[in-house]
Design a protein around this ligand. Sequence first.
Ligand SMILES: O=C(O)C(=O)C[C@]1(C(=O)O)C=C[C@@H](O)C=C1
Length: 318
Amino acid sequence: MTDPHAPALRHGYFGPQGTFTQMALASWLTADDATLAAARPFGTVALALDAVRAGEVDRVMVPIENSVEGGVSATLDALNSDDPLVIQGEVLVPITFVLAAPRGTDRAAIRGVGSHSHAWPQVRGWMAANLPSASYVPTLSTAAAAEALAGLGEKRPPYEAAVCAPMAAEVFGLEVLADDIGDNRSAVTRFVVVSRPGTVPPPSGADKTTVVIYQHDDHPGGLLELLEQFAARGINMTRLESRPTGQAMGSYCFSIDFEGHVADERVGETLMGLRRVCADVRFLGSYRRADGRPVEATRTTTDEAYADARAWLQSLRD
Ligand SMILES: O=C(O)C(=O)C[C@]1(C(=O)O)C=C[C@@H](O)C=C1
């Protein structure tokens, strides 16, 4: 049970208002949390994560993975640098884009379109078919593109329209010139709630764990060695990406999500295996998966199977 006298957690998100990330936070907050209006927007993912590290807020919502464009590098890299952070939970948000502009804008007058770098590739086909001569102008977020058009920014932006969420068009009083312009109508983005390390949510039976792994050196079979740790314990991976470490050309780490909770025996054994064969393993949290799908262990990888094997080994040693 939550303590009714405990202060509400202070939340932040990758903003400004009207981002898909704010929508993710709205669906995450419960009646016990402070309201969405009290949540602080941060203009970049790195600023949002730094605010948690500095203790300015307790939790922030950031995008991590899109079903069309893949991993959000800014988040993967910022989660992985500086002081440790952990993921407390995840949210899935269906992504619907609109083309929005100040009221009265003539579509024929649009020369530039502003949006986030992860949004643009998701509307590329629509743009090529409908606004082939418009050039793309990158902005910090989809909502930042809309906000600047509304004249709230310091100066006029170098574009006439924005690709953003319907909510951003509404918040910043823009006119929707075209609805539902995503090339893939079933696009979904996954967002994560991040805090400083301290508590790990209890196992729910439908959990995921995120780690970043650094290998000792570049050698034949290095990746296989690492994958074997998962395969041998019947663990399903749900995302695997290599990211440059930035230390030297060809130096990569692996960012991995897999099914199970750090409290599960098979997950513990896998983490120990990784720790043995790799130079470093950064634990980024165990949390309930957004779709709530239960994680099934195979007959040979249940907690009971591990406990039985451990008891047997102990009896031999005794
Ligand atoms: O710019 C926003 O509105 C965001 O919340 C970021 C973000 C992302 O980084 O993927 C979220 C969902 C969309 O796929 C496009 C942009």
